[in-house]
Design a binder for this molecule. Structure first.
Ligand code: GLC
Ligand code: MN
Ligand code: MN
Length: 412
């Protein structure tokens, strides 16, 4: 193939995107509780070793693009849209008004707001720093986010503590830091109760998000399970208002089974919100689009969530790759992420309805006939042949994933 002229390249991308087929309409996409983060769309491709590859883009354009794609909800950090120095000032409320207008004009809703407690130098010693002034500032920031959330009509607020941890050990007492972090959450819940009452709105759902490594060398609340223990620790004045926002990759990163982490959150009735993306075990937070690395695992995750009637948001917390252009972010990256999610969600429905999986599951749950439940040999014999169904079910899931259950065949 000869070199492709620069001014032909977007047309080529669009043509191949169309040729992929299988795209859902914006109307179909809007039926799902899918939210698009401001920070994901605005991510310019920068990292410690990487310069940006895309130009900046503001919330008006992003909201417009999300509307065209059919992403019905928008989420943001406070400082994604409001400069740090304007937080809490009249300028903040002018920006919030502009956001409201953009959302209204394009028929989107703000579902979640979150506080950035990791980027600015003020958080160098974490939002639960030794210095009382920094901790008061952290309270101001999370309370201010609660106010913004209510103003924008959000139902959720997320806390990824970010720099709650350290690089060098010994300087901080972890028990103090966790107490101080709880003080900030307590202030946010208290403020929420007041604002909700004043505005006649339901209180927000406060969702903790864990990440095992980054941006600190050691993290004080590295996993969703650590967060559950923290919620139940007695440090929170309103533990009933606080739940989880697990992120798929953040659980995978430490080597866990994300589906098992979600199951534990479900049992605790704390699965409030879910960040969807993909990536690799025991690596850094690469935030790849959902289903591009672990589609079979993703299918299994969605089977679990469907069968437990999870109704919270699916937040597209991924980062369009550096290789994707500004044009590609909205032409390819967002629509394909949404569509893979919907396809996997539909497949999860097929898994639940599949007669083979159903019969196999029912048979496993029926077990074999046993003479006595205190005879290990007898129990083993009774179930030996049935247990082969475990692998058969896994095979059937693979077939559903690739369409073989519908007669798709490969010729040799
Ligand atoms: C940061 C994290 C992301 C988290 C978000 C919400 O962007 O990278 O995982 O969901 O903050 O606070
Ligand atoms: Mn996340
Ligand atoms: Mn992540």
């Amino acid at each position: 193939m000869p070199p492709i002229p620069v001014d032909h390249q977007t047309a080529l991308v669009s043509r191949l995107m169309k040729a992929c087929g299988g795209a859902y309409s914006a109307e179909t996409r809007r039926k799902y509780f899918i939210s698009g983060p401001q920070w994901a769309a605005a991510y310019q491709g920068q990292a410690l070793f990487h310069a940006p590859t895309r130009p900046p883009i503001g919330f008006e354009d992003i909201i417009h693009k999300f509307a065209e794609i059919g992403i019905g909800h928008w989420t943001t950090h406070d400082t994604d849209v409001i400069p740090t120095e304007a937080l809490g000032t009249p300028e903040q409320w002018e920006i919030v008004d502009r956001i409201k207008r953009a959302l209204n004009d394009h028929g989107l809703k703000c579902s979640m707001v979150t506080t950035e407690t990791f980027f600015h130098a003020v958080w160098a010693a974490s939002p639960a720093a030794e210095a009382p002034g920094v901790r008061e500032y952290a309270k101001f920031r999370v309370c201010n986010t609660v106010e913004i959330g209510h103003e924008l009509g959000a139902g959720f607020t997320v806390y990824w503590p970010g720099s709650l941890g350290y690089y060098v050990q010994g300087a901080i007492d972890e028990t103090d830091s966790l107490r101080w972090y709880a003080d900030a959450l307590n202030a946010a819940c208290q403020r929420d109760i007041e604002v909700a009452k004043r505005k006649g709105r339901p209180a927000l759902k406060h969702c903790l998000e864990a990440k095992p490594f980054e941006p600190q060398a050691e993290i004080l609340l590295p996993t969703s399970d650590a967060m559950l223990a923290f919620i139940a620790s007695g440090l929170l004045t309103h533990p009933e208002m606080v739940g989880l926002n697990p992120e798929y990759l953040h659980e995978l990163m430490w080597g866990a089974a994300p589906r098992a982490a979600l199951a534990r959150a479900l049992l605790a009735k704390k699965l409030f919100h879910f960040d969807i993306n993909d990536g690799y075990r025991l690596k850094h937070d690469v935030d790849i689009g959902v289903g591009l690395v672990n589609p079979l695992d993703w299918l299994n995750v969605l089977v679990l969530l469907r069968s437990h009637h999870y109704e919270g948001p699916f937040n597209l917390d991924y980062k369009p790759p550096r290789t994707t252009s500004h044009f590609g972010v909205f032409e390819v990256s967002f629509p394909t992420s949404v569509d893979r999610f919907i396809t996997l969600w539909e497949m999860a429905g097929e898994v639940s309805a599949d007669p083979i999986i159903k019969q196999a599951t029912d048979a496993l749950r029926a077990g074999g006939p046993v003479r006595s439940t205190d005879d290990a040999e007898d129990l083993t014999r009774a179930n030996r042949e049935l247990l082969t169904l475990h692998e058969l079910i896994a095979h059937r899931l693979f077939q559903i994933l690739i369409g073989q259950h519908r007669g798709r065949v490969f010729f040799t």
